[in-house]
Design a protein around this ligand. Structure first.
Ligand code: SF4
Length: 339
């Protein structure tokens, strides 16, 4: 008999000290990811939050080894089902990408070939990862079934359409259907509902939730949308200046965030800030070419002490499954959630 709790706890992804840098002229180095660490178990969804430009998409591309020069993965390790991805031969990685680990990118209509129909688009990962010759009729049947799974109306007709004949939401559903055609273990969804109107976005969120439950998908969800995080994530990681500064389960993220930046971001959100407490975080994001010494947030932090500008805090377990990178975690007042 299968032990369900053991299945639930299978470690799917472990990222250790991942560093991805970009190189400019004059030997300038942009440390976009500067020591990322997290673990993800089967069936879990990790929401990754953080300000624009913090490196959320670079993280997705690093996991899939899609970083191109002038970017370079400079260090760290990524284990997928126990295998170090960086030790794989290129052809073994190609076999994994699009089959076991899939990516749904933002702006789906831009990533679909305008000259190819949806049968072609949806079937590509399947054709690439299976060696047998396929009859057209077999491919068509598979695609229609796949488009039906993501609740596209009239999947048979949709399979003959081109991207310009469909709405943004329909294009996004096709991208999700394409990503799931090989039953991947890990789906990375990068801003899956940006640029969609609220109704369509709601439908895509519902669809992702359904896929996650039905297929026990493990997911990384990259978004700056607090509502999307709340609806889909089990855990949330907050990124700031090249690092994860706080990671916890989703309830803790909203009810008891401890890092001053996480609290600041929630107090700056009209939907989260208690009445009368809505306020922006002072200052600006640091330049990835030259992060401040010590805690990268210290120039903007009202709780900073001298130590904060000298020594860099690492992620430490503050409470069960709640990790925070801050020297003063115990002194930070409780977040006053407005719900
Ligand atoms: S380490 Fe210091 S500067 Fe950084 S968040 Fe904590 S209190 Fe603020």
């Amino acid at each position: 008999m299968v032990n369900e709790s053991k299945v639930e706890k299978e470690l799917i992804l472990e990222v250790k000290d991942l560093r991805t840098y970009f190189y400019g002229s004059d030997d300038v180095v942009w440390k976009i990811l500067d020591g990322i660490n997290f673990k993800l178990h089967r069936g879990e969804t990790l929401g990754i939050m953080g300000p624009s430009g913090v490196g959320k998409s670079v993280l997705a591309h690093s996991i899939l080894k899609l970083i191109k020069w002038p970017g370079k993965i400079e260090g760290g390790e990524i284990f997928f089902k126990g295998k170090n991805l960086f030790n794989l031969e290129e052809e073994d990685f190609d076999d994994l990408r699009g089959r076991e680990i899939c990516l749904v990118m933002q702006n789906s209509s831009n990533s679909l070939d305008p000259l190819r129909d949806m049968t072609y688009a949806t079937s590509q990962p399947y054709k690439v990862h299976t060696e047998d010759e396929h009859e057209n009729i077999e491919i068509k049947t598979l695609v229609i079934s796949q488009l039906g799974k993501v609740s596209l109306p009239e999947p048979s007709q949709t399979s003959d359409k081109f991207t310009h004949q469909m709405s943004g939401g329909e294009n996004q559903r096709v991208k999700i259907a394409t990503a799931l055609i090989n039953n991947p273990t890990l789906l990375i969804a990068d801003e899956p509902v940006s640029n969609l109107d609220a109704t369509v976005a709601g439908m895509i969120i519902e669809l992702l939730y359904e896929m996650k439950v039905k297929f026990k998908l493990t997911m990384i969800l990259i978004t700056h949308n607090l509502g999307v995080i709340a609806q889909l994530s089990d855990k949330v990681a907050m990124m700031y200046a090249g690092k994860i500064i706080e990671i916890s389960d989703v309830e803790t993220f909203y009810q008891n965030p401890k890092h001053p930046f996480t609290q600041g971001l929630l107090y700056a959100s009209p939907s989260m800030a208690p009445r009368g407490k809505l306020k922006p975080i002072p200052g600006e994001e640091p330049d990835p070419r030259k992060y401040p010494t010590g805690c990268h947030f210290h120039p903007r932090c009202k709780y900073a002490i001298v130590k904060c500008s000298i020594d860099e805090p690492s992620l430490e377990e503050y409470d069960k499954n709640h990790f925070v990178a801050c020297w003063r975690t115990k002194d930070i007042p409780k977040f006053e959630a407005d719900f």
